[in-house]
Ligand binder design. Structure first.
Ligand code: SF4
Length: 466
């Protein structure tokens, strides 16, 4: 490398639904992701590197970009796009590093597409990789060891992304991981079941320096460790902020903790309700959810001015063709502020994926379609087409004007927040069909229009990843 400053580009690639042109995530649904700001902050200061960050959800990648090293974060739904970009930049002599959930779940899938990969969280391995690179000693693979500690880490550098393109940049993270083992979830498969926690003082300091009035916590299960959650909520209370986050339904079985969350400013929670069929919940190891209690959960949250984003997944083995309308009607009837529906996706590396492979039910390994809104496996009691249409039908029903009005009559959220997010999801619900009619499977792929197709989008189950 010459004597000029090292240049590092960090890219978050687009997926079918989340992309700059033609995507369906409006600004009202888009908060600043923390991955690139975290990676940027972890670059060792002594390298004195210039950094540029590109989120393809909000802007285009300059294919002529000048960088010594390009880091790309990869989820399964963006893996093919990441591999395309990597191939392009490597053909121009750039060094490309891949990391993120997909790389952690199936490192051997990513390895051939990069000069180096990072498996696991980045906190220790990413700075080590960069130091090695600066010395000309880059290794092909960096694997996070045991005993990772999130204390004494730099705060995310949010200045690397354009704040105005997001609903908010006041996004925080207190914990990582989850203690549960839902069979469809990537979290326990990728990172194990021991949650990691940041020092609460660091989070409070970050919120204070941002002067945040409203905060979004991206933690996958903020109550995974209830003692920590209690301490966190107590520390948030004097800040007098409103905050939104993710928790399991178990929070509503612990009223003192729920009360504390409400007092600390919690105004909205995402909960994975997953299914209205108990047999599905049993089978997927989410036994602590009880469909009979969903109405009561909404009520308990609303009594504390907390809105519920309730997520359901379709396609589990006990779903039949009537599940879509029943689920959507229940969501409207019990007043879920923001219902969300997804198609079951067997992400590689998860127990569900292994089960599907074993049963010969996987229809494709085209990772572009692993986005939670396409069918990539053979359902038990219906055709893939019925599953796809049923999911769309549920979205449309829940986001009819009449349904929105009915659901928001007793909303727990400030009305303007509830309305803005509902309008964002109404836009999404009525445009989902676009992503089913485009020609993903056969030829022109709108996700990769600017690059030659080096990877067939039809990577069938007998194809290169087989
Ligand atoms: S509770 Fe949520 S985050 Fe935890 S394993 Fe289940 S789906 Fe994943």
């Amino acid at each position: 490398m010459d004597q000029r400053r090292m240049r590092i580009a960090l890219i978050s690639p687009k997926g079918p639904l989340y992309r700059h042109r033609g995507g369906i995530f409006r600004r009202s649904l888009r908060y600043m992701p923390l991955t690139l700001p975290t990676l940027a902050a972890l670059i060792p200061p002594e390298l004195d590197a210039e950094v540029v960050c590109i989120d393809e959800g909000i802007g285009d990648v300059d294919l002529n970009l000048d960088a010594d090293l390009i880091g790309i974060t990869v989820i399964t739904g963006t893996a093919l796009r990441a591999y395309e970009l990597s191939r392009h930049f490597r053909s121009r002599g750039k060094t490309v590093v891949l990391g993120g959930p997909h790389v952690t779940l199936v490192p051997d899938d990513a390895q051939p597409h990069a000069d180096s990969i990072v498996v696991g969280y980045a906190e220790d391995e990413w700075p080590k990789l960069l130091r090695d690179f600066s010395l000309g000693q880059l290794q092909p693979r960096y694997v996070q060891g045991t005993g990772l500690d999130l204390a004494n880490r730099p705060l995310p550098d949010r200045s690397v992304l354009p704040e105005k393109r997001f609903l908010t940049a006041d996004v925080f993270e207190a914990t990582r991981g989850c203690i549960h083992d839902c069979s469809f979830c990537v979290v326990p498969s990728a990172w194990g079941r021991k949650p990691l926690q940041k020092p609460i003082d660091d989070i409070v300091a970050d919120i204070r320096q941002r002067r945040a009035k409203r905060a979004i916590f991206v933690d996958l299960n903020i109550i995974a460790d209830r003692t920590y959650a209690r301490q966190l909520f107590e520390a948030l209370t004097p800040l007098r902020i409103q905050w939104y986050g993710l928790a399991t339904t178990l929070l509503c079985e612990d009223e003192p903790l729920l009360d504390l969350a409400a007092r600390s400013g919690c105004r909205g929670l995402l909960m994975g309700l997953e299914s209205i069929r108990s047999a599905n919940l049993q089978q997927s190891h989410k036994r602590f959810n009880h469909p009979d209690s969903y109405g009561r959960i909404v009520q308990m949250l609303h009594e504390r001015h907390i809105a519920l984003q309730g997520c359901f997944v379709f396609g589990l083995d006990h779903d039949t063709a009537d599940v879509f309308q029943e689920t959507a009607e229940l969501a409207v009837e019990i007043g879920i502020d923001l219902p969300r529906f997804a198609i079951l996706t067997p992400f590689p590396g998860t127990p569900l994926y292994h089960q599907m492979v074993q049963q010969g039910r996987l229809l494709t390994r085209n990772w572009d379609l692993y986005d939670g809104q396409h069918v990539v496996f053979q359902p038990t009691h219906m055709s893939p087409e019925t599953l796809r249409r049923g999911n769309e039908q549920a979205w449309r029903y829940a986001y009819r004007w009449r349904s929105i009005i009915q659901r928001l009559r007793h909303t727990g959220a400030p009305l303007h927040v509830a309305l803005t997010t509902n309008l964002g999801y109404r836009y999404y619900a009525h445009r989902l069909h676009r992503f089913y009619t485009c020609d993903w499977m056969t030829g022109f792929n709108p996700l990769h229009p600017d690059l030659p197709m080096s990877l067939s989008p039809e990577m069938s189950v007998t194809g290169s990843n087989g």
